[in-house]
Ligand binder design. Structure first.
Ligand code: SF4
Length: 213
């Protein structure tokens, strides 16, 4: 088996049910949750959205409160002021240009404030079922450790390499499995190298931890 097939096989064995861990009931909630997740754990976002989504259901709801009130509702997570501002701007654009709906194209999604390529990829993949590989901190770290990308590649280069090496119909699924692998096994600090089935394919089979890991 070649190295990519081996990696996909092992990830599948380890995390057969990997999926998006951001709790959401529709595409709009997913978009909000992904925007909130920047530099914050999914767990923290879920704790917040559990109450947030009881108060705010639609773009109109987010625009009906003063910015300061939304800031207070988000204050438990990092960068909350910036996130509150972007959410209100994003909601206004949804109403003005997209009939209040989350757009389903990459280009349109990326016109929204606070929505970059990674956020757009997550929404496209998870909500619209479009094959995508969103490169977050876990996917980037795991790709580099497993020599699927060079250490000095930026996130776009990592994404391109993964898309070239992984079959298109496995992009979205592999993205979730790589996140789980990075979140629960090949963590930034103290990865579980001793019990890692991918040691032979790893750039640092015995780190705990190195600077560029
Ligand atoms: S050997 Fe360690 S660093 Fe390498 S992939 Fe496994 S857990 Fe990650």
């Amino acid at each position: 088996m070649d190295r990519v097939k081996t990696i996909l096989h092992v990830l599948n064995e380890m995390f057969p049910n990997a999926q998006c861990e951001l709790v959401h009931n529709n595409g709009f909630e997913l978009l909000i949750a992904v925007m909130l997740s920047a530099q914050t754990t999914d767990k923290s976002v879920n704790l917040l959205t559990d109450s947030l989504f009881k108060k705010y259901h639609t773009p109109q709801d987010f625009l009906q409160v003063p910015l300061e009130e939304l800031e207070q509702d988000l204050r438990r997570i990092g960068l909350y002021k910036n996130k509150a501002k972007n959410i209100q701007k994003m909601c206004q654009i949804l109403l003005d240009q997209f009939d209040g709906e989350v757009p389903s194209s990459q280009v349109e999604l990326e016109t929204l404030p606070g929505v970059g390529r990674k956020t757009a990829n997550v929404v496209l993949s998870v909500w619209f079922g479009v094959p995508r590989i969103a490169v977050d901190t876990h996917v980037e770290r795991v790709s580099k450790r497993l020599k699927l990308a060079y250490l000095n590649d930026n996130v776009h280069q990592v994404e391109e390499k993964l898309m070239r090496k992984i079959p298109r119909d496995k992009w979205s699924d592999t993205h979730h499995k790589m996140i789980f692998f990075g979140r629960y096994h090949c963590t930034a600090r103290n990865p579980k190298c001793d019990e890692c089935p991918l040691q032979d394919l790893c750039r640092y089979p015995n780190i705990n931890v190195r600077k560029n890991g």
